[in-house]
Design a binder for this molecule. Structure first.
Ligand code: TMP
Length: 234
Protein backbone atom coordinates (compact mmCIF):
# COMPACT_ATOMS: atom_id res chain seq x y z
CA UNK A 1 0.00 0.00 0.00
CA UNK A 2 1.32 3.41 -1.00
CA UNK A 3 -1.29 5.60 0.65
CA UNK A 4 -4.48 5.37 2.69
CA UNK A 5 -7.08 8.11 2.61
CA UNK A 6 -10.45 8.37 4.35
CA UNK A 7 -12.40 6.54 1.64
CA UNK A 8 -9.76 4.84 -0.52
CA UNK A 9 -6.45 3.00 -0.45
CA UNK A 10 -3.79 3.17 -3.16
CA UNK A 11 -1.60 0.15 -3.97
CA UNK A 12 1.46 -0.06 -6.17
CA UNK A 13 1.64 -2.50 -9.09
CA UNK A 14 4.52 -4.03 -11.08
CA UNK A 15 4.15 -1.11 -13.49
CA UNK A 16 5.62 2.12 -12.04
CA UNK A 17 3.12 4.17 -14.11
CA UNK A 18 0.01 2.43 -12.77
CA UNK A 19 -1.59 2.08 -9.33
CA UNK A 20 -4.64 0.28 -7.93
CA UNK A 21 -7.38 2.25 -6.15
CA UNK A 22 -9.44 0.32 -3.58
CA UNK A 23 -12.74 1.91 -2.48
CA UNK A 24 -13.66 1.46 1.21
CA UNK A 25 -17.05 1.53 2.92
CA UNK A 26 -15.65 4.00 5.50
CA UNK A 27 -17.34 7.39 5.53
CA UNK A 28 -16.23 10.58 7.24
CA UNK A 29 -17.64 14.08 7.34
CA UNK A 30 -16.70 17.49 8.73
CA UNK A 31 -12.98 16.79 8.39
CA UNK A 32 -13.32 13.34 9.95
CA UNK A 33 -15.05 14.56 13.13
CA UNK A 34 -17.94 12.29 12.13
CA UNK A 35 -17.00 8.72 11.26
CA UNK A 36 -19.00 5.74 10.11
CA UNK A 37 -19.43 3.10 7.51
CA UNK A 38 -21.95 2.73 4.71
CA UNK A 39 -22.77 -0.79 3.48
CA UNK A 40 -21.90 -1.27 -0.21
CA UNK A 41 -20.48 2.28 -0.54
CA UNK A 42 -17.07 1.10 -1.75
CA UNK A 43 -18.60 -1.13 -4.42
CA UNK A 44 -21.07 1.52 -5.53
CA UNK A 45 -18.46 4.31 -5.73
CA UNK A 46 -16.11 2.06 -7.67
CA UNK A 47 -18.86 1.12 -10.13
CA UNK A 48 -20.24 4.68 -10.43
CA UNK A 49 -16.78 6.24 -10.88
CA UNK A 50 -16.00 3.61 -13.54
CA UNK A 51 -19.12 4.43 -15.57
CA UNK A 52 -18.66 8.20 -15.22
CA UNK A 53 -14.94 8.22 -16.06
CA UNK A 54 -15.58 5.97 -19.09
CA UNK A 55 -18.33 8.34 -20.22
CA UNK A 56 -16.16 11.45 -19.73
CA UNK A 57 -13.36 9.76 -21.62
CA UNK A 58 -15.72 9.09 -24.57
CA UNK A 59 -16.52 12.81 -24.50
CA UNK A 60 -12.84 13.74 -24.80
CA UNK A 61 -11.85 14.31 -21.16
CA UNK A 62 -8.44 12.91 -20.21
CA UNK A 63 -8.73 10.81 -17.02
CA UNK A 64 -6.48 8.53 -14.97
CA UNK A 65 -8.90 5.60 -15.34
CA UNK A 66 -7.63 2.43 -17.06
CA UNK A 67 -10.03 -0.38 -16.07
CA UNK A 68 -12.16 -1.81 -13.29
CA UNK A 69 -10.49 -4.84 -11.69
CA UNK A 70 -13.20 -6.12 -9.38
CA UNK A 71 -16.07 -4.92 -7.16
CA UNK A 72 -13.84 -2.66 -5.09
CA UNK A 73 -10.76 -1.99 -7.20
CA UNK A 74 -9.77 -0.14 -10.33
CA UNK A 75 -6.47 0.26 -12.16
CA UNK A 76 -5.48 3.86 -12.86
CA UNK A 77 -2.54 5.85 -14.22
CA UNK A 78 -0.22 7.07 -11.50
CA UNK A 79 -0.35 10.87 -11.20
CA UNK A 80 0.81 13.48 -8.75
CA UNK A 81 -2.41 14.78 -7.28
CA UNK A 82 -2.50 18.59 -7.37
CA UNK A 83 -3.41 19.45 -3.74
CA UNK A 84 -6.47 21.51 -4.70
CA UNK A 85 -10.12 20.53 -4.56
CA UNK A 86 -11.91 21.96 -7.57
CA UNK A 87 -15.49 22.58 -6.39
CA UNK A 88 -18.24 23.50 -8.86
CA UNK A 89 -21.64 24.80 -7.78
CA UNK A 90 -24.72 25.07 -9.99
CA UNK A 91 -27.12 25.62 -7.04
CA UNK A 92 -26.56 26.97 -3.53
CA UNK A 93 -25.95 24.27 -0.90
CA UNK A 94 -23.61 23.09 1.80
CA UNK A 95 -20.74 25.28 2.93
CA UNK A 96 -21.47 28.04 0.39
CA UNK A 97 -25.10 28.41 1.49
CA UNK A 98 -23.88 28.64 5.08
CA UNK A 99 -21.04 31.08 4.32
CA UNK A 100 -23.25 33.41 2.27
CA UNK A 101 -26.28 33.11 4.56
CA UNK A 102 -28.62 31.90 1.81
CA UNK A 103 -30.98 28.93 1.65
CA UNK A 104 -30.06 25.77 -0.24
CA UNK A 105 -31.40 25.05 -3.71
CA UNK A 106 -31.14 28.47 -5.39
CA UNK A 107 -30.11 28.01 -9.03
CA UNK A 108 -27.07 30.14 -9.79
CA UNK A 109 -27.13 32.29 -12.96
CA UNK A 110 -23.39 31.60 -13.29
CA UNK A 111 -21.24 28.53 -12.67
CA UNK A 112 -19.48 29.02 -9.35
CA UNK A 113 -15.96 27.67 -8.85
CA UNK A 114 -14.42 27.27 -5.40
CA UNK A 115 -10.85 26.25 -4.71
CA UNK A 116 -9.99 24.39 -1.49
CA UNK A 117 -6.52 23.49 -0.35
CA UNK A 118 -6.20 19.75 0.32
CA UNK A 119 -4.80 19.87 3.85
CA UNK A 120 -6.51 17.85 6.59
CA UNK A 121 -4.69 19.67 9.39
CA UNK A 122 -6.13 22.98 8.20
CA UNK A 123 -9.54 21.44 7.40
CA UNK A 124 -9.25 21.93 3.59
CA UNK A 125 -9.65 25.73 3.71
CA UNK A 126 -11.28 27.75 0.94
CA UNK A 127 -8.53 29.65 -0.92
CA UNK A 128 -8.23 31.70 -4.10
CA UNK A 129 -6.00 31.54 -7.20
CA UNK A 130 -3.41 33.90 -5.73
CA UNK A 131 -3.04 31.75 -2.60
CA UNK A 132 -2.55 28.68 -4.81
CA UNK A 133 0.18 30.46 -6.80
CA UNK A 134 1.75 31.78 -3.56
CA UNK A 135 1.89 28.22 -2.19
CA UNK A 136 3.43 27.00 -5.45
CA UNK A 137 0.78 24.32 -6.02
CA UNK A 138 -0.17 25.69 -9.47
CA UNK A 139 0.71 28.52 -11.85
CA UNK A 140 -1.88 30.97 -13.22
CA UNK A 141 -1.62 29.21 -16.59
CA UNK A 142 -2.24 25.82 -14.96
CA UNK A 143 -5.20 27.24 -13.03
CA UNK A 144 -6.73 28.52 -16.30
CA UNK A 145 -6.37 25.03 -17.77
CA UNK A 146 -7.79 23.46 -14.59
CA UNK A 147 -10.88 25.70 -14.57
CA UNK A 148 -11.49 25.01 -18.26
CA UNK A 149 -11.26 21.24 -17.72
CA UNK A 150 -13.52 21.48 -14.65
CA UNK A 151 -16.07 23.55 -16.57
CA UNK A 152 -16.12 21.04 -19.47
CA UNK A 153 -16.66 18.22 -16.95
CA UNK A 154 -19.52 20.17 -15.37
CA UNK A 155 -21.26 20.59 -18.76
CA UNK A 156 -21.01 16.87 -19.50
CA UNK A 157 -22.17 15.83 -16.01
CA UNK A 158 -25.16 18.23 -15.96
CA UNK A 159 -26.36 16.59 -19.19
CA UNK A 160 -25.69 13.04 -17.96
CA UNK A 161 -27.38 13.48 -14.57
CA UNK A 162 -30.18 15.44 -16.25
CA UNK A 163 -31.03 12.33 -18.29
CA UNK A 164 -31.15 10.43 -14.96
CA UNK A 165 -33.75 12.95 -13.70
CA UNK A 166 -31.20 14.30 -11.27
CA UNK A 167 -30.06 17.86 -10.52
CA UNK A 168 -26.28 18.19 -10.21
CA UNK A 169 -26.23 20.70 -7.36
CA UNK A 170 -22.46 20.76 -6.82
CA UNK A 171 -19.43 18.49 -6.88
CA UNK A 172 -15.72 18.26 -6.18
CA UNK A 173 -12.99 16.87 -8.41
CA UNK A 174 -9.27 16.38 -8.04
CA UNK A 175 -6.80 16.74 -10.89
CA UNK A 176 -3.41 15.11 -11.23
CA UNK A 177 -0.24 15.62 -13.23
CA UNK A 178 1.18 12.76 -15.29
CA UNK A 179 4.92 12.12 -15.55
CA UNK A 180 4.98 14.18 -18.77
CA UNK A 181 3.25 17.13 -17.08
CA UNK A 182 -0.27 16.69 -18.50
CA UNK A 183 -3.17 17.68 -16.21
CA UNK A 184 -5.87 15.00 -16.12
CA UNK A 185 -8.94 14.07 -14.06
CA UNK A 186 -8.10 11.75 -11.12
CA UNK A 187 -9.68 10.57 -7.83
CA UNK A 188 -13.41 9.75 -8.11
CA UNK A 189 -16.81 11.13 -9.08
CA UNK A 190 -19.50 9.52 -6.94
CA UNK A 191 -22.28 10.33 -4.45
CA UNK A 192 -19.43 10.94 -1.96
CA UNK A 193 -18.20 13.89 -4.03
CA UNK A 194 -21.39 15.30 -5.58
CA UNK A 195 -24.72 16.66 -4.36
CA UNK A 196 -27.41 14.91 -6.39
CA UNK A 197 -31.10 15.73 -5.95
CA UNK A 198 -34.02 13.94 -7.56
CA UNK A 199 -35.64 16.41 -10.00
CA UNK A 200 -39.22 15.57 -9.02
CA UNK A 201 -39.03 15.00 -5.27
CA UNK A 202 -35.79 16.93 -4.51
CA UNK A 203 -34.75 13.89 -2.43
CA UNK A 204 -31.03 13.93 -1.67
CA UNK A 205 -29.28 10.93 -3.26
CA UNK A 206 -25.73 11.54 -2.02
CA UNK A 207 -23.43 11.67 1.00
CA UNK A 208 -25.51 14.40 2.66
CA UNK A 209 -27.74 11.49 3.80
CA UNK A 210 -24.75 10.31 5.88
CA UNK A 211 -23.51 13.81 6.87
CA UNK A 212 -26.99 14.84 8.09
CA UNK A 213 -28.22 11.46 9.43
CA UNK A 214 -31.09 11.31 6.92
CA UNK A 215 -31.13 7.48 6.69
CA UNK A 216 -31.37 5.30 3.55
CA UNK A 217 -27.73 6.05 2.68
CA UNK A 218 -26.93 2.76 0.89
CA UNK A 219 -30.25 2.98 -0.95
CA UNK A 220 -29.29 6.41 -2.34
CA UNK A 221 -25.94 5.16 -3.70
CA UNK A 222 -27.65 2.11 -5.25
CA UNK A 223 -30.34 4.35 -6.80
CA UNK A 224 -27.68 6.51 -8.50
CA UNK A 225 -25.90 3.40 -9.81
CA UNK A 226 -29.15 1.91 -11.18
CA UNK A 227 -30.19 5.15 -12.93
CA UNK A 228 -26.68 5.59 -14.36
CA UNK A 229 -26.65 2.05 -15.76
CA UNK A 230 -30.08 2.62 -17.31
CA UNK A 231 -29.21 5.83 -19.18
CA UNK A 232 -25.89 4.39 -20.35
CA UNK A 233 -27.58 1.16 -21.53
CA UNK A 234 -25.35 -1.01 -19.27
P1 TMP B 1 -19.29 21.86 0.54
O1 TMP B 1 -20.60 22.52 0.27
O2 TMP B 1 -19.26 21.10 1.82
O3 TMP B 1 -18.14 22.80 0.38
O4 TMP B 1 -19.12 20.75 -0.60
C1 TMP B 1 -19.16 21.06 -1.97
C2 TMP B 1 -19.12 19.78 -2.80
O5 TMP B 1 -17.86 19.14 -2.64
C3 TMP B 1 -20.16 18.74 -2.41
O6 TMP B 1 -20.66 18.16 -3.60
C4 TMP B 1 -19.42 17.72 -1.62
C5 TMP B 1 -18.03 17.80 -2.14
N1 TMP B 1 -17.02 17.58 -1.10
C6 TMP B 1 -16.12 16.55 -1.24
O7 TMP B 1 -16.16 15.79 -2.20
N2 TMP B 1 -15.18 16.39 -0.26
C7 TMP B 1 -15.09 17.19 0.82
O8 TMP B 1 -14.22 17.00 1.67
C8 TMP B 1 -16.04 18.27 0.94
C9 TMP B 1 -16.00 19.18 2.13
C10 TMP B 1 -16.97 18.42 -0.05
Amino acid sequence: MLYEGKAKQIFETNNPNEVIVRFKDDATAFNAQKRGSVDLKGEMNNAITTLIFEYLSQKGIATHFIKQLDEREQLVKKVNIIPLEMVVRNYSAGSMAKRLGVEEGIKSPVTIFDLCLKNDELGDPLINDHHAVFLGVATYEELDEMYELTSDINDILIELFGRMNIILVDFKIELGKTADGKIILADEISPDTCRLWDKETMKKLDKDRFRRDLGEVTEAYVEIYERLKKVLGK
